[in-house]
Design a protein around this ligand. Sequence first.
Ligand code: ADP
Ligand code: MG
Length: 348
Amino acid sequence: MATVAFNHVTKKFGETSVLNGLDLEVTDGEFLVLLGPSGCGKTTALRMVAGLESPTSGTVTIGGSVVNDVAPQHRDVAMVFQNYALYPHLSVAKNIEFPLRQRDVSADVRAKKVSEVADMLGLTELLDRKPRQLSGGQRQRVALARAIVREPVCFLMDEPLSNLDATLRARTRSEIVRLQHELGTTTIFVTHDQVEAMTMGDRIAVLNAGDLQQVGTPTELFANPANVFVAGFIGNPGMSLLASEVVNGQLSIGGTPTTFSGLGVSGAVTVGVRIDGVQLGSSGIAAICDGVEVLGAEVHVLGHLGDDQIIVRQAASAPRPKIGEQIFVELTAQPLCFDAVTGLRVGT
Ligand SMILES: Nc1ncnc2c1ncn2[C@@H]1O[C@H](COP(=O)(O)OP(=O)(O)O)[C@@H](O)[C@H]1O
Ligand SMILES: [Mg+2]
């Protein structure tokens, strides 16, 4: 096991900068989720730990040693890819033992380890099958088994659940977390799915366009987003972000004064509200209804005021506004404030 660190790592492909001075330390035994939208540099960051890309500047360390010039096979890390990357012509057992063969591990030790890890992942009955005879979830477990059998100092997982259907994805989430706790192996898990990040990570590092936005526990990111990007990205749904103004200490949204004051800011701000901090009312902030999403016991009313989107929760039994109709939104909880220009968290 080991700590893994990015020390001011920049990666450019030609003129294009994909990671901008990334500083991030993953502690020994930690499950760290690297979260961000498609194209933000997650895979590139992971490939630099694996040794499949090298930083343009800065260093990557594993267990305190700089590995920039260490070949992938000497890094003692195991990567699990989105597409599993199994050998189609090899049986499950042969796929799992492949990394051990490469290291000239003796046949008895190989057999013992394959049997142990197959047992751990419920693959014992499937050892003689070929990958094409397995379901997506089973292939995924074989790919995990192949990573685990190596006993690496670090697991690198690149969106390993994205090819599974929703039910299996939810089940496999907890299975991976359980295994990681059992093994205690430092893990970097890449995903674009904030639900996956929130449910799996000890900590989450949020990345956007090559820039690290915030690192923290799921609870910290949810309750105290550092900027509008994290506020809008974390949570299901993310915070509604509304152009607002604080005049004489009192908050106005869309020109409508609210009862909130004492926010510790003045002038133009962006206000962030969670879905449980707003409700529909007969007066309040005016918005236009854009649609209603029926989720079962509750519905989400989607609306906009100016260029800003807002989401309000309603009981399924309540009368639903129609698209294009005016709605009124009331704040029921103290909102968070962000700088209108930089997007950084400000105020109390
Ligand atoms: N080998 C490469 N050459 C040029 N551009 C690349 C290469 N690999 C990735 N990129 C670009 O770098 C950006 C980040 O890619 P990637 O790390 O794969 O993002 P993510 O995994 O977050 O979706 C993308 O714009 C991608 O097109
Ligand atoms: Mg990727």
